[in-house]
Write a protein that binds this ligand. Structure first.
Ligand SMILES: C[S@@+](CC[C@H](N)C(=O)[O-])C[C@H]1O[C@@H](n2cnc3c(N)ncnc32)[C@H](O)[C@@H]1O
Length: 204
């Protein structure tokens, strides 16, 4: 498991909102700006479909993930567990793609929708408030996901069934077990817990 998950899952299992507790003093101002409280009244930890806590991907890593997948005009990007929508917003704003997020946290979806309107991206970006396991993602040309490593055990066979040949998948931080990596990118941070790995796959 990537080191960042180990600490975040311990925090989440302790019943403490990760966005409030994972930050170091140096991170605090940046995270305060980026994070939306994940409390939507649901006890996700007990939900068998819970695929991980809300942890926003830094902007530089978002851009690196979209670059790795060579996202461009004509792409339809799905971010599974879209958090505050930063990946789908970036896909449309900086990579000229259309994008859909799937996120079951009501507040994060509301923030995403507000940003979509504020940025004038209606018609190109939308967020679906719902469970990843209840979606049909077969229209995607690119899929991104930043979820707990165990998520791939259930998610990989679903993507194998739904996605067409050639669709690019970018896994943030942890690889998809059994899938051949097309390209890996490591992004160094200030410490081991802040470094990031991106894994690119192409559906066969
Ligand atoms: C690590 S965050 C990633 C957020 C965003 N993709 C990013 O990279 O900044 C994972 C997100 O997945 C959401 N999530 C976890 N399980 C889910 C499920 N079964 N259906 C929908 N969303 C889920 C969480 O609420 C959380 O916001």
């Amino acid at each position: 498991m990537h080191p960042i998950w180990t600490s975040l899952v311990i925090v989440a299992l302790a019943g403490v909102a990760p966005a409030q507790t994972r930050e170091t003093p140096a991170d605090a101002p940046r995270l305060a700006q980026q994070s939306t409280p994940p409390d939507d009244g649901r006890d996700h930890l007990d939900d068998p479909n819970w695929l991980g806590p809300y942890v926003p991907t830094p902007t530089a890593v978002v851009d690196a993930a979209l670059e790795l997948a060579k996202v461009g005009e004509g792409d339809l990007v799905y971010d599974l567990g879209s958090g505050d929508g930063r990946i789908i917003l970036a896909a449309a704003q900086r990579f000229q793609a259309r994008a859909v997020g799937v996120e079951w946290n009501e507040k994060l979806c509301a923030k995403t929708s507000a940003d979509v309107r504020r940025l004038g991206l209606e018609g190109r970006v939308k967020v679906i408030q719902g469970d990843i396991f209840e979606q049909d993602v077969s229209s995607a040309s690119v899929v991104t996901a930043y979820l707990l490593p165990k998520s791939w055990e259930r998610l990989a066979p679903i993507l194998e069934r739904q996605l067409s040949k050639g669709v690019r998948v970018v896994a943030v931080n942890d690889p998809v077990p059994g899938w051949p990596v097309v390209e890996k990118r490591h992004i160094e941070g200030e410490s081991a817990i802040k470094s990031w790995d991106l894994y690119l796959y192409r559906m066969r």
